[in-house]
Design a protein around this ligand. Structure first.
Ligand code: GRG
Length: 300
């Protein structure tokens, strides 16, 4: 299976999830059409579906049931999309372009964009819990997976990283520890913890769990380092967002800390670490090897 195959499966299932299914009313007890429209606007704007695809590929690699894991993959994409909507708000990165379209708050207004993000975040947990309640015999595995996803998106993960990102940008803190804290939290945790959730869903052993955690960390830090490079060297058409903003806003990034060449060296080092983490999986890890190879010189 390729990234495109997994992404298509995620897109198909997303369209069946009650929080996402199109609706045009606001009957008592139902979500209002406006919320539905604003959530779908960002969800359907054409993201790469990297995180949910990696979750499904890890379940396949570990011999689990990828069909059964689909709702967890969709939940990860819903959480990721909420984080992009909130990240673009005027009080955060203040951006007007995302996934090649005007950002959610530009179209729907700041208040509605906050609520679209909230709706996607809550909807992600409703989706996973609905699945768990429908299959109580596997509840222990589902609960463990939900805990991983909540941790990755939470205060020691994505939210914590974003808090320090904003704080460092505004206070001028710029050291190695702060940089790694931010990039581990806001970016790597949304790779690490979905992979750990895949391990929970598949009943993986401790060694496999550790290897996936190590891979997720190296992959996530590499992904953010290439994002920092692309903010300087990429094109708006490929990236679908405004570029050059990091330097303009004085953001702490790999490029501001290490320069372009130093960042490229960091990418090469993280690439080796990601490949080393996959060794124990042998040929079964082909998807993850190809994915991290492709990330080294990605253009979008
Ligand atoms: C809690 C109020 C509140 C807000 C949360 C945590 C957060 C806001 C934002 C952090 C998310 C963020 C923008 C992380 C950076 C990671 C990154 C490079 C995201 C882009 O990911 P891609 O390239 O995007 O996979 P697509 O569009 O392809 O899905």
């Amino acid at each position: 299976m390729t990234l495109n195959d997994y992404a298509s499966r995620v897109n198909r299932r997303l369209n069946e999830i009650p929080t996402v299914v199109a609706q045009d009313r606001f009957q008592i007890g139902e979500m209002p059409w406006l919320l539905n429209r604003s959530m779908r606007y960002s969800l359907e704007a054409g993201g790469k579906r990297l995180r949910p695809s990696m979750l499904l590929a890890a379940v396949d690699m570990l011999g689990g049931d990828a069909e059964d894991a689909l709702d967890f993959a969709c939940a990860v994409e819903m959480i990721h999309t909420y984080s992009l909507i909130h990240d673009d708000l005027p009080g955060m990165d203040d951006d007007t372009l995302r996934r090649g379209r005007p950002t959610n708050h530009v179209v729907f207004g700041v208040g509605q964009a906050i609520l679209a993000g909230d709706g996607l975040l809550n909807g992600a947990f409703e989706t996973m819990l609905n699945h768990a309640c429908a299959h109580p015999e596997r509840a222990a595995r589902y609960l463990a997976a939900i805990r991983e996803i909540a941790t990755g998106a939470g205060v020691t993960g994505m939210i914590g990283g974003q808090v320090m990102d904003l704080h460092c940008e505004r206070s001028g803190i710029a050291d190695d520890h702060a940089l790694t804290y931010i990039q581990y939290g806001k970016t790597a945790c949304m790779f690490i913890y979905p992979l750990r959730a895949a391990a929970m869903l598949s009943g993986a052993n401790e060694e496999d769990l550790k290897a996936l955690t190590d891979y997720g960390r190296a992959f996530g830090l590499l992904f953010q380092a290439t994002d920092d490079l692309l903010d300087v060297t990429g094109t708006q058409a490929d990236m679908g967002k405004t570029l050059g903003k990091d330097a303009q806003s004085g953001k702490l990034t790999c490029v501001s800390a290490y320069g372009l060449e130093g960042t490229r060296r960091r990418v090469a080092q993280l690439h080796s670490e990601a490949l080393a983490a996959l060794e124990r999986f042998g040929d079964r890890a082909a998807f993850f090897r190809e994915l991290v190879d492709a990330m080294v010189d990605r253009t979008k």
